[in-house]
Design a protein around this ligand. Structure first.
Ligand code: ADP
Ligand code: MG
Length: 396
């Protein structure tokens, strides 16, 4: 896949659309990727997450058609326009894998009560400056792009959290990844300069201003795609599920996210499998860290926030076992640098990206030093991005 990290302008995108489809496009949308300050692999365990939408994302140009054809073109994928009929083909999985993220959203929105309002086809040109498979959630960005375009253009009566749910359903059922709600929720509910403190058990959420003072968040990509990690991800989901079932023999809980560290400790003897015990311990301890981290940020205790972020990585390494050489190299190199409060992997793991909270005037030196350590250890370059925290998916 081909990416150029730059903010794109509407005229350029409309010009591309004209060249691809031979007519003028109607509206332009932007759907952000996301980072996650803390709270990893907690969403599908009914715990808390603390993500934020970023200025790297996916642009989409929409144009209506008078027939029932849907024609999709991605500027980031080699190959032709993907075409299917709104009525016949949209429920079938496409062998052009990337089209499934769009097909899933179209299918599920058409199955809703007012889904018959989607009564004609359309052209869609997508172009991302967000690398895919990099743990920054390009998949949720394209799902939410499709969701908001359909909601806006066909005047659907569907709210944003419901679109996030349909995105999750698309991943679970169309793509085959048993992921939680965090990515879609972050992309579509994002708010400028704020992170979202979301309880994935109750779906209650609160925006918290990301007050980092003299510090900034630097995104570090391993440049190792995590796409082969899907089966390991699904294993983690089922290991946690098994651990929960064992705890439920004595505890009246619906999710691991309902437990604090002490209660978990007292009942952990029920989990008679070492792997399941470690997975559940991460889910519980990470949820506690996430709650404490948001409090630390509110109290302006950035050093504590940083330590909790480091502890998150350690738990993802030893208990959840989803880091790997590349992510460990980035986090460990970051911890050694001047002016760093904390660093950890984000996203599913096994590749993808990490974040570090770094003093602004140390940022350049940080990138150089960590970049060199990474290249020496891994054999190719990491990429560094300074992204802004932005609003969720919208028309631009
Ligand atoms: P992540 O969400 O962390 O980026 P995923 O593996 O969940 O990684 O999603 C990546 C997949 O999403 C790609 O393999 C591709 O199918 C699809 N995708 C992402 N960005 C684009 C894009 N710009 N155009 C077409 N498909 C894309
Ligand atoms: Mg994804």
């Amino acid at each position: 896949m081909i990416y150029e990290v730059k903010i794109m302008n509407k005229d350029e995108l409309l010009k591309d659309y004209q060249e691809i489809f031979g007519e003028a496009g109607k509206d332009v949308f932007f759907s952000p990727g996301r980072i996650n300050v803390i709270g990893e692999h907690t969403d599908y365990n009914g715990g808390h997450v603390f993500p934020a939408a970023i200025s790297l994302g996916v642009y989409g140009v929409y144009g209506p058609r008078t027939d029932n054809k849907v024609r999709l073109y991605s500027g980031n994928v080699d190959g032709d326009i993907v075409e299917f009929d709104l009525n016949d083909d949209s429920v079938e999985k496409d062998d052009r894998f990337w089209a499934n993220y769009f097909k899933g959203m179209i299918t599920y929105l058409r199955q809703r009560e007012d889904g018959e309002k989607i009564n004609h086809g359309f052209n869609l040109y997508v172009k991302a400056n967000l690398p895919s498979g990099s743990g920054l959630s390009s998949s949720a960005a394209i799902e939410m792009l499709m969701g908001i375009i359909l909601k806006d253009e066909f005047d659907l009566d569907v709210d944003r959290p419901s679109l996030a749910r349909l995105g999750q359903k698309t991943e679970n059922e169309f793509v085959g990844l048993n992921s939680g709600i965090m990515d879609q929720f972050a992309c579509i509910m994002g708010k400028k300069d704020s992170a979202i403190f979301l309880d994935c058990n109750t779906m209650k959420y609160e925006y918290k201003p990301l007050k980092l003072g003299d510090y900034e968040i630097i995104i570090m990509s391993t440049n190792k795609e995590h796409t082969l990690a899907d089966s390991a991800y699904n294993d983690r989901v089922s290991e946690c599920h098994n651990a929960l079932a064992k705890l439920q023999t004595k505890l009246d809980i619906k999710a691991l996210g309902e437990l604090d560290d002490n209660t978990f400790d007292e009942y952990s003897y029920l989990i008679n499998d070492e792997t399941e015990l470690k997975r559940a311990r991460h889910a519980v301890s990470e949820n506690g860290r996430t709650i404490r981290a948001t409090k630390a940020m509110e109290d302006n205790d950035l050093e504590k926030l940083g330590r909790l972020i480091n502890a998150s990585h350690i738990s993802l390494h030893y208990d959840y076992e989803v880091t790997g050489k590349e992510l460990d190299t980035l986090a460990e190199a970051a911890w050694k640098q001047d002016g760093v409060l904390g660093a950890r992997m984000i996203g599913g793991g096994f590749g993808g990206s990490a974040i570090a909270i770094v003093k602004k005037d140390e940022a350049e030196k940080f990138k150089q030093n960590v970049g060199k350590i990474y290249r020496d250890a891994v054999g190719y370059d990491a990429s560094f991005y300074d992204a802004e925290i932005v609003d969720g998916t919208k028309r631009i």
